[in-house]
Design a protein. Sequence first.
Length: 239
Amino acid sequence: MSPEIIPLINLAITFIPVAGLLIIFYFWSLDALHALYGVSRMLIQLLLIGYFLTFIFDADHGGIILGVLIVMVSAASWIALGNVPEQRTRLLGLTLFSIVIAGGLTLFMVTQLVLDLPDWHTPQVVIPLGGMIFSTSMNCVSLAAERLTSELRRNVPYAEARSTAFNAALIPSINTLFAVGLVSLPGMMTGQILAGVDPFIAARYQIMVITILLSAGGFSAFLFLVIGKSLILTGQESN
């Protein structure tokens, strides 16, 4: 079985329930325009990235791949602090450092030691894995920053607030460990099975993905919370 191209008219069917949700947003006096903007932006971004990746894969140049990874990390660091906009400028460097170190080392480990790629810049592998790793790191840092700020505003001691924030940052990843295979088949495994890959082989790759995402996200949050103590406390005192 080989992957089939989804006709655009068929793809459009998936937007019917989305339209229903937007109607609910509207009648419940929620921000329907923001949700519509999010859906529209998602559509445009994914269509553009499809064309962009075609060019990247054909180029297969180390400098281009490195540039893409830098853009990913920079965007992830900026977006991660969206929950604490008043401290975004102050904490951007810390967030960038945390994601680069934890996510970068994880990406190196999986591409060079686990998959043993002959070329570190193999785009078909490095870019998708980098995207998953850096986005998970982004989410974990974002959750940690928001929860830490909330706890500190309640005058909770930093050590206690740090532990609470770290736990909150990893709740989605920990829940995934319990749900995978029982409640859901993860996206990568589902895609491989649909493409005709043996389910047992697909399971091995999914195990790899889940473990590296857990590690990257957890260590990104850890670095953010530990290294940034004085910077974060200073920011709290000034607010």
